[in-house]
Ligand binder design. Structure first.
Ligand SMILES: [Zn+2]
Length: 714
């Protein structure tokens, strides 16, 4: 029975490479050089069948249930499917084509139904419950108990205890949701690729720096309009245009194009999809025994309840809004001065914010982005990250040849610990290209584990930098450099993992905790140790001047009102709409009313409006979970102060504790306990407020740390 997948794999004329064990040194690597899109559907089908057979064998085991024949057996099951799905997700995020999208649409509901077949297997759940309930008497170790808890929790949350009709309905809902999520994702992609702002001459280009002009020219040429300029409908194209264009009418057009994705009342409008998703989520939450979808989602997080997540957001919101009022006042003063000097009289509108903020930045801090960029070379920054990983985590990187990659731009490094032991591979895919999703992210191709001998992890970092001419160094902005360090933090979280069971490995921690390791790593970019070695001028090779670094540091809290309100308004709307229960919701009206009741400043829009809010509607995992970034940022700000209270950013003793309790621990301990073990106490909100330059609030009566976000709810 176990040979099922293998059998199907070899029955065809050619073996399907997706179904084979990975080959090569260090336990093998994904066979990217052999994979073809048409192999995914048969491979997924075969691998699902193989795992279902394995699950049936576990459920039908005549021996009494034990940790070994239940949880360890579950951990060993589905290995083929895991390998196929990890390659599938690389294609989905970095190599998508219309043919692949079709496979994705077809497979999404099938994969959802497959998962329900496992979580609704009654004989299997009876064994899981039996071992889980006897976990303390059975003499299981702490990690084994945690694994038993994790499985039991996942099954119960998926509806394992429901009666047959309720189970059937949950499965139906999940299948329909999978289809809706894929549809939402593809509509937003269509909006982003089909809408363009065309610029037709010098007058339309007013204010744009040379780099932006040439990017817009290249984008137009790629769309068959050589000699024109295109502002694409993505954040990385629109935000710089809003910052630099001096044509207010065009800024308004670009802003409206970007903010109305999915909300134009045409065939790509997503509001109908959203309404159906919300309705199904509310119904499912009811079946599972929760008051709302938000309660169901947040339960499996560090915050544990929507109320605690909301309390943190509400603690930060007033200070952020107050800061926005100050920022708008400063910008309005600049605009009024310009009007006085013969310019147009304006009131700051949302499409003016980034443009006037840049003017205030120059006036207040004398800091010009274009002055910093020549010191930030992509490859030097990569070396900087390696250096930091060596100092803090004892991880050492060396380039490795001969590992298959899915695109010639992808490079691979081998990672060893201080004793020279292999601990993983790191793939780097830095450049934008068609079929690759926007933004930056980390991905794991294989999880670290040691249940049947040591298996090292394979991780990747992905970004969307514009590739330079051959041999020309790629220069990035300060924000991009921070993003590089952020994603590298996720990769290190995977590489530093030292756990036994794969389900608990590396980044498999709650959503509102997983951003902590990544956010804290950003803090090592501005350290003098890094800048003096790696922030070297592209022409002269000289390190970035101290005066310029001081300006960057001084400007760190600049525009935090904008950044915080833009983000928090989206997070609050997310939580509110998923707390709305079964009441039918018109997404556009709901968004408007919620923002009005929050006192949203007119000069800012939500970072993601509902009609294109991918986090919420392309899957369940970030729904009622967009608050997670703030939660994790509260923890990372508090954690970094452990270094500054000690001997500084490279305090070896603090770093050692951070590795022991956070980076290497995966999900083997409750995150709140892990943090307490690292810090000696729970995190408070003070460090976050200081980091953003907001005034700190007095603790509320009866609560030592007002809004202390990261207390365990138990
Ligand atoms: Zn992240």
């Amino acid at each position: 029975m176990l040979a099922n997948g293998l059998l199907l794999a070899t029955l065809g004329a050619m073996p399907n490479p997706l179904l084979q064990e990975w080959t090569g040194p260090h336990g093998g690597a994904p066979p990217f050089d052999q994979v073809k899109v048409e192999q995914f559907a048969p491979a997924l089908e075969a691998a699902m069948a193989e795992q279902l057979a394995q699950i049936d064998a576990i459920a039908a085991d005549p021996a009494p249930p034990t940790f070994e024949n239940t949880f360890a057996a579950l951990e060993r099951s589905g290995r083929t499917l895991d390998r196929v799905q990890r390659v599938f997700s690389v294609f989905s995020t970095t190599l998508s084509t219309p043919a692949f999208e079709e496979v994705e649409r077809d497979m999404a509901p099938k994969l959802a139904a497959f998962e329900d077949k496992i979580t609704q297997n009654e004989k299997l759940f009876a064994r899981i419950a039996a071992v889980y309930e006897a976990r303390e008497e059975a003499g299981l170790g702490p990690e084994q108990q945690r694994l038993a808890w994790r499985y039991h929790m996942d099954f119960v949350r998926a509806g394992a205890k429901l009666d047959a009709p309720a189970k059937r309905r949950v499965a139906e809902i999940n299948e329909r949701l999978a289809t809706l999520f894929t549809a939402f994702k593809q509509e937003v992609v269509a909006e982003e690729s089909q809408q363009v702002l065309w610029l037709e001459g010098e007058a339309d280009l007013a204010g744009l720096p040379p780099g932006l002009r040439s990017a817009a020219a290249t984008a137009a040429e790629a769309r068959g309009k050589k000699g024109q300029w295109a502002v694409l409908n993505t954040r990385s194209a629109v935000d710089p245009f809003l910052t630099w264009s001096t044509r207010r009418d065009l800024r308004e057009k670009a802003w409206k194009m970007f903010k109305s994705r999915g909300d134009r009342g045409d065939e790509h409008d997503t509001k109908g999809i959203i309404a159906e998703i919300l309705k199904l989520r509310a119904e499912r939450a009811g079946l599972l025994g929760y008051p709302t979808h938000a309660h169901w989602r947040v339960e499996d997080s560090m915050a544990k309840t929507p109320e605690r997540a909301t309390a943190l957001m509400e603690a930060v919101w007033p200070a952020a809004v107050a800061r926005v009022r100050e920022e708008v006042r400063d910008m309005q003063a600049v605009a009024d001065r310009e009007a006085g000097a013969g310019g147009e009289k304006i009131t700051i509108a949302p499409w003016d914010y980034l443009h006037y903020a840049e003017k205030v930045r120059k006036a207040k801090y004398d800091l010009d982005e274009n002055e910093v960029k020549p010191y930030l070379q992509l490859e030097k920054l990569r070396e900087a990250m390696f250096w930091v990983a060596g100092r803090l985590f004892d991880l050492h990187f060396a380039p490795v040849k001969g590992i298959p990659v899915y695109h010639p731009d992808v490079r691979v490094w081998e990672v060893k610990d201080g004793k020279g032991k292999h601990v993983g591979l790191w793939y780097f895919d830095p450049y934008a290209r068609e079929g690759k999703r926007s933004g930056a992210w980390m991905n794991a191709y294989r999880r670290q584990e040691r249940m049947d001998g040591e298996i090292a992890t394979i991780v990747s970092n992905n970004c969307n930098f514009v590739k330079g001419e051959p041999g020309e160094p790629v220069l990035v902005s300060w924000t991009d450099a921070e993003t590089l360090f952020h994603e590298f933090g996720h990769a290190v979280h995977g590489l530093a993992s030292r756990v036994t069971y794969p389900t608990l490995s590396g980044t498999a921690v709650p959503r509102d905790y997983v951003e902590f390791p990544s956010q804290i790593l950003e803090r090592w970019l501005p350290t003098p140790e890094v800048l003096n070695r790696f922030a070297l001028h592209v022409k002269t090779g000289k390190p970035i001047p101290k005066a310029l670094v001081r300006k960057i540091e001084k400007a760190e809290t600049f525009n935090q009102g904008y950044a915080t309100v833009e983000y928090l308004s989206a997070a609050l709307v997310d939580m509110t709409i998923h707390l709305a229960g079964a009441t039918p919701v018109d997404p556009a009206a709901f968004e408007k009313e919620t923002l009005a009741s929050l006192g949203m400043p007119d000069e800012i829009a939500m970072r993601h409006r509902l009609p294109h809010f991918n986090h919420l509607f392309t899957g369940d995992s970030y729904s009622a979970g967009y608050y997670s970034y703030l939660w994790a940022d509260t923890i990372s700000a508090d954690a970094y102060e452990a270094f500054t209270e000690g001997k500084g950013p490279y305090d070896a003793a603090v770093a050692k504790r951070l590795v022991k309790h956070v980076f290497s621990a995966g999900n083997t301990v409750d995150p709140a306990d892990a943090y307490r073990a690292f810090r000696g106490r729970d995190p408070g909100i003070g460090a976050l407020m200081r980091r953003r330059g907001f005034p700190e609030q007095a603790p509320a009566a009866g609560d030592g740390a007002a809004g202390a976000p990261a207390r365990s709810g138990r």
